[in-house]
Write a protein that binds this ligand. Structure first.
Ligand SMILES: NC(=O)c1ccc[n+]([C@@H]2O[C@H](COP(=O)([O-])OP(=O)(O)OC[C@H]3O[C@@H](n4cnc5c(N)ncnc54)[C@H](O)[C@@H]3O)[C@@H](O)[C@H]2O)c1
Length: 318
């Protein structure tokens, strides 16, 4: 583990920025050195909680700090690209929120800029850093021939009651396809490799500005295994997320992010106890290791571009 302390600048102090800053404040390898948010109130409040560090309402002011080793970006997706190019022009190691960008072209430009800058680039896909991931991977061997993967994302209300931010309800950069499905398409990619969208039907309300209310899609893994997506919002049902892998000898069902059930033969699925680990601290450990020049387990922008391609194909953006 690293002995050095890295100075990190945080851009975006909203719901996710605050979560990551909580992890950064207690992490032994990173120190929050400066914060930027277009909301002066949020930036100032977060700076106070981080030991009265400097705060800005313009990220370009933050980037003038030559002491910064790294930047973490957690602003709404349509602002990722422009800010990312500024961060990378300053050659800072870069941890970016998902989805990487708001279009495939933007994501590809960000990957190219990160390569040109020669810095560490990484994204935050929390399930990858939970104990659940190696558990799923290990149990794949018990499933026999994999017949299908079903991804179900059902929301009583979108945006959820705790996420009432206007951008999340808009078609331009919000909706559960952009916000939630990348977690599951990334999980599929990390477990099985490339996947391709075969067909996708998205339901939209009459309001042209409003995000989708449903999606049903079929994708395929490189070996032809089908992957289905069944997403709905605005239904009389409690939020339910279910990632299911069906095999000839067993079934795995990951429900609501952390609850794993294993099915065998014709028996009722049984729950598996999995310890919860501090996933953000785990990601930060890996990020620090990569900055040190060591081998690290990161989701890079290369993978971010692949996840973006699936996302834009689901939305029919091309
Ligand atoms: N990895 C995860 O599990 C996870 C979870 C939630 C959100 N996210 C992602 O994190 C990002 C932020 O989401 P959120 O829920 O925190 O949104 P949010 O609306 O709660 O916060 C966004 C913040 O960014 C600020 N902002 C907007 N434009 C800015 C700019 N140009 N410069 C600086 N600050 C700016 C806003 O004032 C706000 O404080 C999104 O990409 C979202 O998809 C990831």
């Amino acid at each position: 583990m690293s002995q050095r302390v890295y100075q990190i600048g945080v851009i975006g102090a909203g719901v996710m920025g605050e979560r990551m800053m909580n992890a950064l404040r207690t992490h032994q390898t990173f120190r929050i050195a400066a914060i930027s948010d277009v909301s002066a109130e949020r930036a100032q409040e977060a700076a106070k909680l981080s030991g009265d560090v400097p705060w800005y309402t313009d990220h370009r002011e933050l980037l003038k700090n030559e002491e910064l080793d790294a930047v973490y970006l957690a602003v709404p997706p349509k602002f990722h690209h422009a800010i990312a190019l500024d961060v990378l022009a300053h050659k800072k190691h870069f941890l970016c929120e998902k989805p990487l960008a708001n279009s495939l072209e933007e994501a590809e430009e960000m990957l190219q800029a990160a390569k040109d800058a020669g810095v560490v680039h990484a994204m935050n896909f929390p399930t990858y850093y939970q104990a659940i991931f190696p558990e799923l991977k290990r149990r794949l061997e018990e499933l026999g021939q994999i017949r299908r993967i079903d991804i179900l994302t059902h929301f009583h209300q979108w945006p959820r009651p705790w996420q009432q931010t206007p951008w999340l309800s808009g078609r331009e950069q919000g909706g559960f396809i952009r916000e939630v499905l990348p977690h599951f398409t990334h999980l599929t990619y990390a477990l099985f490799g490339d996947l391709e969208v075969i067909r996708s039907e998205v339901d939209y309300p009459a309001d042209q500005e409003a995000c989708e209310t449903g999606v049903s899609a079929v994708l395929r893994l490189a070996d032809g295994t089908p992957v289905t997506i069944n997403g709905l919002a605005g239904i009389a049902h409690q939020e339910h997320l279910d990632y299911r892998i069906y095999g000839t000898k067993g079934t795995l069902s990951l429900q609501n992010w952390t609850n794993l059930f294993v099915g065998k033969d014709n028996e009722a699925p049984s729950p598996v106890d999995i310890p919860l680990i501090d996933r953000l601290a785990h990601l930060l450990d890996e990020f620090a290791q990569a900055i040190e020049g060591q081998e690290a387990r990161l989701v890079t922008f290369e993978t971010g571009v692949k996840v973006q391609k699936v996302l834009e194909d689901l939305l029919g953006s091309h």
